[in-house]
Design a protein. Structure first.
Length: 497
């Protein structure tokens, strides 16, 4: 027998139960990565007090993770292609377990920030390797649609689950367990990966590594993500914000120029250049901005306006991941029949309706009447959007580029999340100040001003959902039969036997 075989041949010999166990391992790793972007949100004030972190530095508990994660994603995706997706996945799990322990056991702010940065670096290995491994493991159209449905549900609902888990751990254990909990989970996933995940053969390289491309895109993404995070605090016209954004854009332009001339590019430009994949990447940039309109301001609304405890605020988000689980499951069943475009358009429309509903929130409204129906509408829309985005982003990508294509999708989502946080926070703060100045005699002025500012942010978020609709309708053209053909093409990735 030859030393390598196609994924189709190996998966045919792999039992169905083993494939689904592999999906469980991959989904667990993805959940861990997504959770860590939000699980520390509720615990942040407790960590700040315990480690005596200043107000000016506390944002690094969040930023250190997202900054390094977003900046290193493309490099992590290419390493998965060159070194082997399963191998990089395993390295990422081991590193994430260690980094989580460093952060959870930190004795001062510097150690905490360093641990969070290390978590981001290993997450940049895990996320693209996890998504590209699905293409190796699932080659039959219906199974693949189901697998992407599960993965998309985890990706879309993980942020809400992070708030729930963070609230519970903070209230009943310690803020440290919001970080330490990752270590046993990562080690459990490691055992599962060794037992069930298909071992692929690295893509042969015709030339050397694209070092100039790796340096420019990593620094460019870091500058842009950090620039947007500074905008939330310093303002959009501050020198620090504008300087970082200008540097970031200049570096990304230089990156494109390098990739056009490179014989072995880090990101072959035909990956985002193909119209269907380009539409998926643009949607992946726009949708997280809209999502942050809900997560960010509902979190404030629950805890500050309604006075919910950490745990109760987390539980209030529970309908969101539940709705996503339902809609992702329905989408996975319909995708091979209808194709991604109508499902994604329907998802974006539901997102618009949900955020417009939330924008009607007023002082004195109850959770059941003012928030719950809107949450469910948005959740039912997110399932089709994430399943469609992840399916189309990897559709008909050459075997040697699946890791970097997965990384580009994750990078678009990270930048979108950074934009959403900065843009919507700035708009909300300015709106609240204006409302308070114009209505100084209102009773409960602070609460009313806050809710009004949230409503404006919800409208802006709805606008980004709305902007995604023509992108999806005009650019995503894949038919159901093309997805089936694409699954056969993608299945030719060699794996070790």
């Amino acid at each position: 027998m030859s030393e390598t075989a196609t994924a189709v041949e190996v998966v045919e010999r792999q039992s169905s139960s083993a494939r689904w166990l592999a999906l469980g391992v991959i989904a667990l790793a993805q959940l861990m990565v997504v959770l860590d972007a939000t699980i520390v949100t509720i615990s942040l004030p407790f960590a700040q007090q315990d480690l005596e972190i200043s107000d000016g530095n506390r944002q690094w508990m969040l930023t250190a993770y997202t900054l390094i994660f977003g900046g290193l994603l493309l490099l992590g995706g290419r390493l998965a292609d060159y070194l082997g997706r399963r191998r990089v996945f395993i390295v990422g799990l081991v590193g994430f377990a260690g980094a989580s322990a460093v952060a959870g056991l930190a004795q001062n702010g510097a150690e905490l920030f360093a641990g969070r940065a290390l978590q981001g670096a290993f997450a940049a290995l895990l996320a693209p390797a996890a998504l590209s491994l699905l293409s190796v493991t699932f080659t039959e159209a219906k199974e693949r649609a189901t697998a992407f449905g599960v993965f998309a549900g985890i990706s879309a609902g993980g942020a809400a689950l992070g708030l729930i888990a963070g609230g519970a751990l903070t209230e009943y254990a310690s803020w440290r367990w919001c970080l330490l909990v990752n270590t046993p989970i990562a080690l459990l996933a490691l055992l599962g990966a060794l037992a069930f995940v298909v071992k692929d053969v690295p893509t042969p390289r015709a030339g050397g590594y694209d070092v100039p491309g790796a340096v420019t895109v990593t620094l460019g993404l870091i500058a842009i993500v950090y620039g947007f995070s500074r905008a939330a605090e310093d303002g959009w016209l501050a020198g620090s914000t504008l300087g970082l954004l200008v540097i970031g854009v200049a570096l990304l332009i230089a990156f494109v120029a390098i990739e056009r001339r490179s014989s072995n590019p880090l990101l072959p430009l035909h990956i985002p250049g193909e119209i269907n994949r380009g539409g998926a990447f643009l949607a992946a940039l726009l949708i997280p901005i809209a999502m942050f309109a809900m997560f960010l301001f509902l979190s404030y609304y629950f805890q500050i306006t309604l006075g919910y405890s950490s745990l109760k605020a987390g539980v209030a988000f529970l309908p969101f991941p539940a709705g996503i689980a339902i809609s992702a499951g329905v989408t996975s069943a319909l995708l091979p029949k209808l194709g991604p475009r109508p499902l994604m358009v329907a998802g974006a429309v539901l997102g618009v309706l949900g955020l417009v509903w939330l924008a009607q929130l007023s002082y004195g409204d109850s959770y059941a009447a003012g928030v719950l129906p809107a949450q469910l509408l948005i959740a039912l829309g997110m399932g089709p959007l994430f399943v469609g985005m992840q399916t189309v982003a990897l559709h008909q990508v050459e075997e040697e580029d699946s890791g970097v294509a997965s990384a580009l999708l994750n990078a678009a989502q990270q930048v979108g999340g950074a934009v959403g946080t900065a843009l919507l926070t700035t708009i909300s703060v300015q709106t609240a100040k204006t409302f308070a100045q114009n209505n100084p005699t209102l009773d409960n002025l602070l609460a009313r001003a806050s809710i009004h500012s949230y409503d404006v942010a919800f409208y802006v978020g709805a606008g980004f959902f709305l902007a995604a609709i023509p992108v999806i309708a005009l650019m995503i053209r894949d038919k159901p039969e093309n997805l089936i053909e694409g699954s056969e093409e993608d299945a030719r990735i060699p794996v070790a036997v």
